[in-house]
Design a protein around this ligand. Structure first.
Ligand SMILES: [Zn+2]
Length: 265
């Protein structure tokens, strides 16, 4: 089971620029592709399949969410060994929980740190999605930010289907332990308040909005356009319940349909 992957706003104070010159940071080898600057402590092919996929992800996000693209660089540091990654993170971000990858936004820089391994593709799709999103909408509400990242961490061509989340939510809904509550998600303000189930629910709302009706997709796109243009917006739960008061029931029906189609008993 994976842990939720954090979006972290780590304020960089004066002097923290030394992070870049720390001896354990892999920055000797780099690949530049569009917005991405990928540093690694191992030789990464310029046209590595994973890098190409991350480059294509920007177009997918822009098209699906109808948000513009930016040319602000996203710096990605890849560590070949879990030990060197952990050592670096423990030293420079000791407050962070134990995660395989994370995204840091400062006033001047978008950065992703990750360790190479079996889950690196999923991890990077998630964290780089944060990077692309924050390069055009820096203040996306937490649940929406994570929901979008969970949606786009799924492999290309899966249309955002996240089977592990379907399984988790379906099991809890079947036992009467959970039901969708977007107003509650809207109130979440800190990453450490989010449980794995909250990540899954945030994903469900995104899948519901992007993969069911044109009206719901347009509603989300409109909300994001307000955030992009005005830097703030009323809670999304207000917007959707104003036009679709039964949206939570509809989202639960959508989950049940996904479970019936994708979970083998
Ligand atoms: Zn995240």
């Amino acid at each position: 089971m994976r842990f939720g992957i954090a979006l972290l706003f780590v304020p960089l104070i004066a002097g923290c620029a030394t992070v870049r010159s720390a001896p354990t940071l892999p920055e000797e080898l780099s690949v530049v592709r569009d917005q991405l600057v990928v540093y690694s402590d191992f030789k990464l092919a310029t046209r590595h399949r994973l890098v190409e996929e991350l480059v294509a992800l920007r177009g997918d996000i822009s098209e699906q969410l109808d948000v513009p693209v930016s040319d602000e660089p996203i710096h990605i540091y890849l560590f070949s060994k879990a030990e060197s990654y952990k050592k670096y993170i423990d030293r420079h971000f000791p407050e962070l929980p134990d995660r395989r990858a994370f995204f840091v936004e400062s006033d001047t820089r978008l950065t992703v740190y990750a360790q190479w391994g079996d889950r690196v593709a999923e991890d990077l799709r998630h964290e780089v999605t944060h990077g692309y999103l924050h390069s055009v909408i820096p203040n996306t509400p937490l649940w929406l930010d994570e929901g979008i990242a969970e949606y786009f961490e799924t492999p290309r061509g899966w249309n955002g289907l996240h089977v592990a989340h379907v399984k988790l939510l379906d099991a809890q809904a079947s036992k009467g332990m959970w039901k969708p509550d977007l107003a509650r998600l809207d109130k979440l303000a800190a990453i450490d308040q989010m449980t794995q189930r909250d990540y899954a629910e945030a994903w469900l709302w995104l899948h519901f909005l992007l993969q069911t009706t044109r009206e719901r997709k347009l509603l989300l796109q409109h909300h994001l356009s307000i955030l992009h243009e005005q830097a703030q917006a009323p809670p999304f739960s207000q917007a959707i319940f104003a036009v679709e008061p039964d949206a939570a029931y509809a989202a639960l029906d959508h989950l049940r349909m996904l479970a019936a189609e994708n979970l083998v008993e």
